[in-house]
Ligand binder design. Structure first.
Ligand SMILES: NC(=O)c1ccc[n+]([C@@H]2O[C@H](COP(=O)([O-])OP(=O)(O)OC[C@H]3O[C@@H](n4cnc5c(N)ncnc54)[C@H](O)[C@@H]3O)[C@@H](O)[C@H]2O)c1
Length: 331
């Protein structure tokens, strides 16, 4: 039997659809200034009120993964400067030991090195046991360990992709699960995830990197929701989105060869680490470095997907990401 859609009887379906679209647009226009006002109010509150009520972390034990060198080492040093005892956790044991010694001498805190592959759940469980025995139960966890590039970025092997996703994303499930238990017992704690601006925007020829960093953002949002639901208000979760840094030689080379470094200067590990620890103390939930990037990607996300794709495609052509990746292949 033929079913006729008669609309309301007064207006045709087409007119109804157009009307709905105009009402939607009208609502969006109405809500935009309200959204902007709320954002500005939150920003002002965070800057002038919340930042005055900094939390204290002196005496807490902090586990920093991938802390033998690079950004992780800088974060470990900043936390030590705040009076935290530090577990330098890295797959590179030799460098981790050097770093732990340096931090212990420079800041007068307990600092030990631990060899761990964060992709292995059993090793993370063992790490927690060792750290608890040596320096105390960790209530701060910084998930910083990460792989940034494949040896051949344009043609990664199956194993390369698997390894990157496991280090950059899967490992957070293991470390969060293990160390959250300490935080629940102590009724305080902080989990920090080092993502990347590549988790907010798109970098061509970097599918495993960009998507693993985007996934970390989602994981941390769910974690924050669960902490709220379970009323664990003394445990914080912060995600960090830094731009290109000086810390990684090949990334630095890529940023310069592609022209990305001309769009925004490369950041120092120390300045990013200072911003991260300041954000932790202020209990910020997401930190973009440089800060203006937080606004840029929010504005970008208002555009239709097709327009967002175009914005990604244009700098790629202009900055020759493809050739830049080719030029760093041999390292
Ligand atoms: N360098 C940049 O431009 C940049 C930009 C944005 C975000 N980041 C993020 O910052 C973090 C640190 O980057 P970085 O520049 O200091 O890089 P890095 O290579 O200097 O440091 C990464 C550390 O992780 C360790 N590591 C790797 N795999 C591991 C594993 N399975 N288990 C334990 N440790 C492991 C490495 O040994 C190394 O010490 C990464 O998560 C990276 O994605 C870096």
């Amino acid at each position: 039997m033929e079913v006729k859609n008669l609309g309301t009887g007064i207006m045709s379906n087409e007119t109804l659809k157009k009307l709905r679209a105009w009402i939607g647009l009208g609502l969006l226009l109405l809500l935009t200034p309200i959204g902007i006002t709320i954002s500005v109010a939150i920003y002002l509150y965070d800057t002038f009120v919340r930042s005055k009520k900094c939390k204290k972390i002196a005496g807490e034990v902090a586990v920093v993964t991938g802390a033998a060198g690079g950004l992780g080492k800088c974060i470990a040093a900043e936390l030590a400067a705040e009076g935290c005892h530090i577990a330098i956790c890295d797959i590179n044991q030799e460098l981790a030991e050097e770093t732990a010694k340096e931090i212990a001498i420079n800041y007068g805190v307990k600092a030990n090195a631990y060899k761990v592959d964060v992709t292995k759940y059993e090793e993370v469980v063992e790490l927690n046991e060792k750290v608890t025995k040596d320096i105390g139960a960790a209530t701060i966890l910084v998930n910083n360990a990460g792989l940034l590039l494949h040896s051949d970025q344009l043609n990664p092997t199956v194993r390369d992709i698997e390894r990157m996703v496991n280090v950059n994303y899967l490992s957070h499930f293991w470390t969060n699960r293990v160390f959250l238990e300490n935080m629940k017992k102590a009724n305080k704690g902080h989990i920090v995830a080092i993502a990347s601006i590549a988790g907010l925007v798109t970098l061509p020829y970097s599918e495993p990197y960009c998507s693993s960093k985007t996934a970390v953002r989602s994981l941390m949002r769910v974690l924050r929701a669960e902490l709220k639901v379970e009323n664990l208000t003394n445990i914080d979760a912060t995600t960090v989105f830094p731009s290109f840094l000086h810390t990684h030689a090949r990334v630095k080379q890529f940023a310069m060869a592609s022209g990305y470094a001309d769009l925004y200067p490369l950041l120092d590990g120390e300045e990013v680490a200072q911003r991260i620890v300041k954000g932790m103390l202020n209990r910020e939930v997401e930190i973009a470095v440089p800060g203006f990037f937080a606004l840029t990607y929010r504005l970008l996300s208002l555009l239709p997907a097709r327009a967002q794709d175009l914005v990604t495609y244009m700098p790629m052509k202009r900055t020759n990401a493809f050739y830049a990746f080719e030029s760093i292949k041999e390292e």
